[in-house]
Design a protein. Structure first.
Length: 313
C-alpha cells in the first residue's frame, strides 16, 4: 500500500477514532445505581418516595438522566448572577423545573460534542486532515453549542407573545371573580380553570402560583416570581399592583379594574399601530408582484408597435 492510499484512508481513521472516543466517554457513566445511592436520592428528593412516581426510566432516557450532571458540570455558571439569568431564560420558555438548568447545560454539551463530531467527519471526508477540515469541526461544535440557546430564546419569545395576548381576558375574568366576592387565591384558581383550554400558558403560571400559595409561601414573593417567570412587562406591573394593594390594604378589585382598563387601552393601541403599518408593508408586494404585471399590460402593446415600426422602416 503506497502513501497515497494511506492518506486517503486517514480521514476515515480519524473519524473512527473520534467516534470511538465519544462512545467511550458516554460508557464511563454507570448503567445502574446501587441501593445505597437510590436511598440517598430518595432522601434528597421526597417526591421519589411515593409509589405512583417510582417508575424508573429505561434506555436512553435513563442514561441521559444519569449523565446530565456530569455533562453539565463543564458549562455550569460560575456566579450566581449568571445562574439566575439562565433560570429566568428557561422559565420564560416554560421550563421552571429545578433541574431544567442541569438538563439544558447537558443538552448544550451533547450538542457541542455531536456538532464537533459531525462537522469534523464531514470536513475530514471532503477536505482531509487539513486546516479546513479542522475548521469544519470547530464550526459544527459552535453551531451545536449555540443552537439550544437560540431555540430556547425563540420559545420564550413565542410564549411571551401568547401570554401577552391572553392576559387581558384573564384579567377581566379575574376582576369579575374578585368583584363577585371571591378572594384573590380563589379567583386565580377559577381563572385557571375557565381559561385552561384557550390560554394554557398563563393558566399554567397561575396554577404554579396557586400551588406555591397553598404550600405556605409569602404572597409577595409568589407574585414577584410570577412576573419574573413570565417575562411579560404587563404581568410584572400586575404583580407590583397586587403587592402594593396587599401591603397597604387597599381594594384589590379597584386595582385590578384600573390595570384591566389600561391593558385594554394598550391592546387597542397596539391593534391601531399594526393597522397603520399595513400600508407600509404592502409596498413591497406591490413593487415586486403587481407593478411588473401592470407595466407589461400598459407598456407592452406600445413597445410591440414601436418594434414593428422600426422593422418596417
Amino acid at each position: 500500500m503506497d502513501i497515497s492510499q494511506i492518506s486517503s484512508l486517514l480521514p476515515f481513521a480519524v473519524f473512527g477514532a473520534v467516534a470511538a472516543g465519544a462512545w467511550a466517554v458516554f460508557n464511563m457513566f454507570p448503567s445502574s445505581d446501587t441501593r445505597v445511592s437510590e436511598r440517598l436520592q430518595e432522601l434528597k428528593d421526597p417526591r421519589k418516595r411515593s409509589g405512583d412516581i417510582e417508575e424508573k426510566a429505561t434506555g436512553i432516557g435513563s442514561a441521559l438522566k444519569k449523565a446530565a450532571p456530569a455533562l453539565s458540570k463543564a458549562l455550569t455558571p460560575k456566579t450566581g448572577l449568571e445562574e439566575n439569568k439562565l433560570r429566568v431564560m428557561l422559565a420564560n420558555a416554560g421550563f421552571s423545573s429545578p433541574l431544567a438548568s442541569t438538563f439544558f447545560l447537558a443538552l448544550k454539551m451533547s450538542a457541542l460534542l455531536g456538532g464537533t463530531i459531525l462537522g469534523g467527519g464531514i470536513g475530514l471526508f471532503w477536505k482531509g486532515f487539513t486546516t479546513e477540515g479542522l475548521l469544519a469541526a470547530g464550526i459544527g461544535g459552535g453551531l451545536g453549542m449555540f443552537l439550544p440557546d437560540l431555540v430556547v430564546r425563540l420559545m420564550g419569545y413565542a410564549r411571551k407573545g401568547r401570554i401577552f395576548l391572553s392576559l387581558p381576558d384573564a384579567l377581566d375574568l379575574l376582576v369579575v371573580c374578585v368583584e363577585a366576592g371571591l378572594g384573590l387565591d380563589a379567583a386565580m384558581r377559577r381563572v385557571a380553570e375557565e381559561l385552561s383550554d384557550g390560554a394554557k400558558d398563563i393558566c399554567d403560571e397561575i396554577n404554579h402560583a396557586n400551588f406555591q400559595l397553598q404550600m405556605g409561601r409569602n404572597r409577595r414573593e409568589v407574585l414577584h416570581d410570577l412576573g419574573v417567570r413570565t417575562g411579560v412587562d404587563d404581568v410584572k406591573a400586575l404583580a407590583a399592583i397586587l403587592i402594593q394593594a396587599d401591603k397597604f390594604g387597599s381594594s384589590i378589585a379597584q386595582a385590578l379594574r384600573v390595570q384591566s382598563d389600561s391593558m385594554r387601552v394598550k391592546r387597542s393601541q397596539l391593534a391601531e399601530e399594526k393597522a397603520a403599518m399595513t400600508a407600509v408593508k404592502m409596498i413591497f408586494p406591490l413593487v415586486l408582484f403587481i407593478f411588473p404585471g401592470i407595466f407589461v399590460v400598459l407598456v407592452g402593446p406600445a413597445a410591440i408597435m414601436m418594434i414593428r415600426q422600426l422593422l418596417t422602416t
